[in-house]
Design a binder for this molecule. Sequence first.
Ligand SMILES: [Zn+2]
Length: 237
Amino acid sequence: MRVFLGLCALVLAVPAGATDAARAPVVVVDPGHDLRGNPATEPIGPGSSKQKIKDGGGTHGVVSGLTEAELNSRVALRLRALLEQAGVRVVMTRKKTAQTSMGNIARARIANQARANLFLRIHADGSTDRTVRGTHTLYPAFRRGWTDDIYATSRRAARIVQSETRSALGFPDRGLQERSDFTGFNWSDVPVILVEMGFMTNPAEDRLLATEAYQRRAAIGLCRGTLRFLRRAGDCR
Ligand SMILES: [Zn+2]
């Protein structure tokens, strides 16, 4: 008993800085869109006079009729459970699909306030061409004063998460893309990526993404990529 108390005292005596350094990694999981889009505008980056719509509302499944917001949400909630099992602290930008989208500055602020090790944005894509398909991952283009401090780490995260998500889903690899026009990237002070899991306008990918089995595959791929990026052990099952 004496020894036990002694250990407790030691633990309590660890200075605040040391516990901070040893804290569990934080991932902000951001399911794209919400029940309704948001036509209001916001500046695309800090101090910018260029305005962009807060949220166009996302796409929907051409066969399943599922909204992108709902698909993103289902995958995100599965991902949260997997990451928490691996000891990662997860902060969600939203937990259900029930309101007007908050917009992209608000999403980035949640990630910044959480001091996230990764701000992981989950989306599915749409195209006027139904044959377009595959998985791709976007990350911020380099811009001094906006993304210079997160550029390299975001690109590394994009490469790893794209690889794991693509192989978990088995969809074609559309690779990586840098974007300078994403409000949620330009306002982020933490490493950020946006994964487009597949195309809901492609009948084959839509049919698959609407199933629980593929939502689970997506979550497993995103989890594996995230843990590899964080250099953290875990099997994501
Ligand atoms: Zn989207």
